[in-house]
Design a binder for this molecule. Sequence first.
Ligand code: CA
Length: 233
Amino acid sequence: MAHVLVIEDDPSIRSSLVRSLGDRGHAVSSARAGLDGLQQALADDPDVVLLDLGLPDLDGHSLLTMLRAVRQTPVIVVTARDDDPSVVRALDAGADDYVVKPFGMDQLEARMRAVLRRTGSDAGEAVLEVGELTIDPASREVVLRGEQLELSRREFDLLHYLAQHAGEVVSKRDVLADVWNQPYGGGERTVDVHLSWLRRKLGESAAHPGYLHSVRGVGIRLAAPADASPDEG
Ligand code: CA
């Protein structure tokens, strides 16, 4: 469910959108004109804006440009024709996607989901894949080469954190701050212990790393075995 702002001057389209989105469990607000819509977008900070390009007072392109100057709120443009050059202008001005009238609610919802995923509004729940390792934060499942791994809560959180920063060297201090909520350090040994448990479950060791690479004096880096540089140990 998302907070959706509908900016549309056609009363029948606006009310049917508000009703259908509401029926699907979204929180919906609406505006019938551009200036009012822009004000609501700034004041209410919705998750996604559905923007009709043909508005009476302020056209959709100008509204988009003004909104983009201050906010990255995802915007899906609603248009009457898909070969409309104004769609290209809208995408150039920062729209995230568009739908062509008349559109079905399933299509609109799929596009909203895709936009929210891409813009990271639900990035914390994205399934992460590193090599043959798949980490699903929604179900808290980890699969390596087709086999599900049994991880403790902390091991999962640690692996998920490293996967969110895959390819980067993460310091143990950052791990302590973000996984253990201990921003002041002093628990590096705890991290080492959990890393060694995690290594065992991944079927590797510090001496023979597969995914988890210690970078001496700096921290730890998660990478697919083929992507790891050979000088790390
Ligand atoms: Ca219109």
